[in-house]
Design a binder for this molecule. Structure first.
Ligand SMILES: [Fe+2]
Length: 146
């Protein structure tokens, strides 16, 4: 395993973790006319992503690298911009759609790199994550479609 493979896989991991956190953060703090629905959808998404995090970390370990687990390191690795502002519900959707695209981009990069290096067990897991995040994107976009 080269450091480059580890870096790309860890970036996808960090993006997934920060996307999970953003969905959970918005679940706690969303307000407005559609509170019940928004609160519930954000919950569905954060639970699904959180449940995959442990398996993701174990795939990193099986590949021979360590799993990151502190926020400074997640910030260094991730392409997702963190902010402690609490936006209006509509903007929360916009931000989650944008972050989800970033997760998908880094998952695709990880998939290609893992396949090229014949790490098919890990790439199988990543393919499933791509599938799930595509569905999260679909649900988020459909909710705010005018
Ligand atoms: Fe809750």
């Amino acid at each position: 395993m080269t450091p480059e493979i580890g870096k790309i896989a860890k970036q996808a991991f960090a993006d997934s973790f920060l996307f999970y956190l953003q969905a959970h953060y918005y679940h706690w703090n969303v307000e407005g006319r559609y509170f019940g629905q928004d609160h519930k959808l954000f919950e569905t998404i954060y639970i699904e992503v959180f449940e995959a995090i442990d398996k993701f970390a174990e795939e990193l370990r099986a590949m021979g690298t360590y799993a990151p687990g502190v926020f400074d390191r997640f910030s260094e690795l991730s392409t997702i911009q963190q902010s402690d502002e609490i936006p209006a519900a509509e903007k929360m959707y916009e931000n989650l759609i944008d972050s989800n695209e970033k997760v998908l981009k880094s998952l695709h990069a990880a998939f290609d790199m893992l396949e090229a290096n014949h790490l098919h067990g890990f790439s199988d897991f990543i393919a499933e994550r791509i599938n799930r995040h595509s569905k999260h994107g679909w649900m988020l976009k459909s909710t705010v479609k005018k």
